[in-house]
Structures are given as C-alpha cells and as structure tokens.
Design a protein around this ligand. Structure first.
Ligand SMILES: *Cc1c(COP(=O)(O)O)cnc(C)c1O
Ligand code: SF4
Length: 492
C-alpha cells in the first residue's frame, strides 16, 4: 500500500500519549465548589499509586505508524473500515512484509513453522498488528492470541479434541445449538474479523489449515430460516445468542433481518449479538458503515417491545483497548446498547492478577460489563495456552473483591463433552497431581459427569510421569471417578 496523504499534524487533542481523567499528581486535593472549604477527613487508606489507576489511561498516539507500511497513514485513514479490511493480513507472507525490519528472521521462521501445525488460519487486522510489541513479540499478549509460533508449542494432552464442547451433538439443524432449556446458540456465519488460535469452534471457523479440514456448515442466509423455524417451534426458548463466526462480519441489513425476525417470535425475550469486533476493529462502530445503526435500531425496537438486545464481546487483554475503543464504547453506551464481555483465560495473556484486574477495571470504566472468564477449552493445538484449574481458581480469588460485584466476571468452564457452563469452583472432585477435575451439570444431563484435564506441563513431576505411561490415562480416570463417588454416572 502506498500512502498518498501526508500525516496530519498532531493537534491539541493528540498531544498526550494517553487520555484519561487521571491527574498527573494523584495526591492533588479535589476542588468541589459545593462543599467549599470543608476540611477533608483523614484517610484510613494509603495514598493511591499512579500505577493502580492505569486502567484509566488509553493509548492515544499514532501507534500504528511504527509499522513501516503505515508510517504515513493519518488518523482518518486508520479509523476507516476500508483501510482496516484492505490491509487485513490473511497470509503469513503478508505479515512478513508488514513487520520486515521490526523482527528477527528467526521469529518469522518460527511463525511459518507454527502455521504449519495450527488448527486455525491467520487473520489479523492492522489495528491488532499495530498494537503488538514487535520488540518482544514472543511475550506479547496479542501475538500469543493470534499468531502461532512453533517454539512454544507443547504436545497435545491425549484428551484434547477439535469440538471439545460436543456442540454437534446438540444441533437440531446446522448452525443451531440447543443445549440448555430456554436458550439457543445460533451460528449465523463461519468467518470472523480475526482468527484466534484458541477458538472453541476450530472444527468449523475459518478455512482449512494444513492440520484441519473444517466441517463446513455453510451458514448462508437462505439456510437461516430452518434455525428461525426451529426457534419459533420451541416455546421454551427465550434467549438467542447470535454467534459464529462473528456478527461483525454481517452486513447491516443482515443484522436487521436476524434481529427483526427473532424479535417477531413472541417467546423470544432476549437476543445477544456476539462479536470480537470491538476488540480487534473498534473503528467499525465509529465509522458510518451502517452496522452500528442497524444494531441500535434492533436494540430500540426491542426496547419498545420490552425485550433486551445486547452486544457480547470478547476482550482478553488491556492492550486491545485504546482511545478508539473508548470512543466506540462511549458511542454504544450513549445510544443505549448494553455491552458485556466474555474473556478466555489464556496462559501468557491474562493469567496474572495484575493483567486480569486491569482488564476488568478498564472494561468497567468504558461501560463494558465483564460477564464471564472461561477456562480454556480443551482444543487441539492450544496446550501451551491453557492454565491448570488450580491456577484459575487462585486468580478468581484475587479478582473477586477488587471492584463492583456486577462488574466482576464469573469464572466458568464450558464442561468438555457438552455439559455447558459450570462455575469453576463447583467441581465435585479435583486431583491436582493428575490434573483431573470432575463436574456435574444436572440441568443439562443428570446421568453424566464431565472431566477437565489440566495441561500436563503444569502438573507436579509425579503427575507428568504418570501421563507418560501407556494406558495409565484410563487408570487415572477410573481413580478420579471412584474418589468423586460418582461411579454410577457415565463420563460425557
Ligand atoms: C454459552 C452458551 C449459551 C449462553 O449461555 P449463558 O450462560 O446464558 O451466557 C447458550 N447456548 C450454548 C450452546 C452456549 O454454549
Ligand atoms: S472471534 Fe470467536 S469465533 Fe472467531 S476465531 Fe476468535 S474465538 Fe473463534
């Protein structure tokens, strides 16, 4: 891409690297006219450190201009969806070109090798590429999410699969999952604005990779009618999640079509559009391409009918959040769109207390309600991204209590084998040595138990050695069943 325009001069609005309402001196006395000269009571708390309020700061420089090809791209251009779509990298060679001179040849080879073993294809927006720290890409939380490298890869746990949630077993028609009593998951399409390495639906999302030929459920608008007809025929369904894939990739008139069709079904009371878009391409919400207007129209129509239409998004790390995100979320908030967030807990991305608390506080600050944090699913090719249950539980203990309860995410596990979401703390049994945890999900199936397996490299030596012995896995599972006292139930 050859830039034509010269970059705009930094105007006053852009002088700072960051925006936020954080005074430089956090010990500054507040000035409130109404209370006049009232003396400030002595505080029982230590003075707050600048760092403790860092969630109020938002990246606000021309951060994309560090990418050689974007050096002359001004704000107006970078904020356009045309630019973002046109410069989205879907081939590793394109990524090579964009980061040439910024990274070592070894790193690029590592990526090429990583791609050969990956279950997901590459797809990166210029926004995400520009936010990665190319001085240290290996440790960067965005690199970890979107770009595989071979050097960090770990052998898969023997129990990993591609459809670990067994969604296909609960699917009355392609693209619809009816697992819970009153809610359904409608997979409207199979493409996303980026591809995440850890995708739960790596069995279907994106195009084939060297490792995986995808199940093609070809979600095309004329097939949606079967899903709508099913939903209309089931009076118990009050709640519809529209996912995929990603709602961001739907044209404005498709958002309206799906929204209006579902709102017209009398028993449907709640609709959620799911999208990673706000995290990877927030400009689409600000830009006037009609997507936001369509969403807002459906929200407003729902309000008139007494029904809730919300946006569920997927931020995993504060580095995804910039002043552009804030502008986008401010716009949605001012237009009455409720936004909630579902994160995936990923090793090396958001598994420290500092990173998770900062994410939760920053989301709350921009009116995005942290709803869930998911234990990483047992998807093939992602062993190094999973955390042990013990580590996740400890993280949860540290997060709860740091901010308002309604902004505190529930840590859940989507129980492998199709048990649905379970509170992480609700396991029936957990052996930290073998890494096996046992869950029940009576509302989904009273007869079954669901097992999760910690990544082998996080286990104590003794546990690691046992998993190396052939056929020991079956013994480990049998032990877990006996110890949990649920030998009369069958494993999903
Ligand atoms: C996650 C999910 C839902 C929605 O569940 P909530 O807990 O209400 O967010 C519905 N159906 C399926 C199959 C799901 O996986
Ligand atoms: S945006 Fe969601 S559906 Fe798409 S690849 Fe990422 S995790 Fe999968």
């Amino acid at each position: 891409m050859t830039p034509k325009k010269k970059p705009k001069k930094f105007d006053e609005y852009h002088q700072a690297d960051t925006i936020g309402d954080l005074p430089k001196d956090v010990s500054e006395k507040p000035k409130l006219n109404e209370i006049g000269e009232t003396e400030i009571p002595d505080s029982l708390k230590d003075p707050v450190e600048y760092d403790e309020l860092k969630h109020r700061l938002f990246e606000k420089n021309y951060f994309w201009q560090k990418i050689p090809e974007f050096k002359n791209v001004d704000e107006q251009e970078f904020l356009s969806t045309e630019f973002q779509n046109k410069n989205t990298a879907t081939k590793v060679d394109h990524l090579d070109e964009l980061v040439e001179g910024l990274v070592s040849d070894e790193f690029l080879q590592d990526v090429h090798e990583g791609m050969r073993q990956a279950p997901m294809n590459l797809r990166l927006s210029p926004y995400i590429i520009s936010l990665i720290d190319w001085d240290n890409p290996i440790d960067d939380p965005l690199r970890v999410q979107f770009i595989p490298v071979a050097s960090t890869r770990r052998p898969d746990h023997p129990k990993l699969s591609l459809d670990s949630l067994a969604e296909q077993d609960d699917s009355p028609t392609p693209g619809l999952v009816h697992r819970y009593f009153d809610k359904v998951l409608f997979l409207a399409l199979d493409v996303c604005p980026v591809y995440c390495r850890f995708c739960t639906r790596s069995y279907a999302i994106g195009s084939d990779t060297d490792l995986v030929s995808k199940l093609s459920f070809k979600p095309v608008p004329r097939k949606w009618n079967e899903a709508f007809a099913y939903i209309a025929s089931r009076p118990e369904v009050e709640d519809v999640v529209i996912s995929g894939g990603d709602s961001y990739m739907l044209k404005a008139h498709r958002i309206r079509q799906i929204g209006e069709t579902l709102l017209d079904i009398p028993h449907v009371r709640r609709i959620r559009f799911a999208s990673k878009g706000p995290s990877v391409m927030p400009m689409q919400i600000i830009a006037g391409n009609g997507w936001t207007d369509a969403l807002v129209d459906v929200v407003e129509h729902g309000q008139k009918m007494g029904k809730e239409v919300a946006l569920h998004t997927h931020f995993n790390h504060s580095n995804e959040i910039t002043y552009i995100t804030k502008l986008a979320m401010d716009k949605l908030f001012s237009r009455g769109v409720r936004v909630r967030n579902q994160s995936v807990l990923i090793r090396g991305v958001n598994d420290t207390v500092d990173d998770m608390v900062n994410l939760v506080r920053q989301l709350a600050y921009i009116n995005v309600q942290p709803y869930y944090v998911y234990q990483h699913d047992m998807v093939k090719g992602t062993e190094e991204l999973r955390t042990s249950l013990a580590a996740s539980l400890e993280l949860e203990r540290n997060v709860r209590g740091t901010t308002a309860g309604f902004n505190t995410p529930t840590f859940v596990m989507d129980a492998p084998g199709g048990g649905g979401k379970r509170d992480l703390h609700s396991y029936e049994y957990y052996d930290e040595v073998t890494g096996v945890s046992v869950y029940r999900s009576p509302a989904v199936d009273e007869e079954k138990i669901y097992l999760y397996y910690d990544p082998i490299d996080t286990l104590p030596k003794e546990g690691q050695l046992r998993w190396k012995i052939p056929r020991e896995g079956e013994k480990i599972i049998k032990e877990a069943l006996e110890n949990s006292d649920y030998t009369d139930l069958s494993i999903a």
